[in-house]
Design a protein around this ligand. Sequence first.
Ligand SMILES: [Zn+2]
Length: 181
Amino acid sequence: MDQQLRAGPADYNRVLCDLLALEGQYHWCVALEDFTDDFYAVTCPHCSVEVTVAVGDYGCYSAVRDWDLGDIDRRALRPASAEELADPGRWMHATAVRDGQLQLAEGIRHLFGRVECPRCASAFSFAEAYTIASRPGSGPSTDWPSGTIRAVSTAPTGWDPSTSTSRGPGYSMRPLGTSSA
Ligand SMILES: [Zn+2]
């Protein structure tokens, strides 16, 4: 599949997503959109407020989402530098840069950067908050994240569970959007 990525397919994100899924990084697969208008919801580890994180054409910011007023009290995201990135972000970023997927690479730097909480002003790692929210309970989860975390996205098409050697043939993907947030 790495060969597919080098060829720069139109569905580049999906191929990258498949590679992430093979590594058990399902939650990053879900997060990995094209960064045109993506929003994520994470919980501030300090004050437990739900923080909306936007990465894309609307801007790169954290905010509190108000149903009437929209995203209020916005704070600029603090993207990680390429040197600061930890895996799988480092690998994702390096792969995207190698293949000339610069918008994707920029989005990845924001996802693995720091978020400032609009309420308590503490800065926390989006990747950590996102990973914790995506893996409730102990041990790595083979299930899709639900409830507290959601990426506004659709399920990748063409998914073939039989290629997921680490999970066995019994693993199947649940379509996004079936869980109530
Ligand atoms: Zn907070």
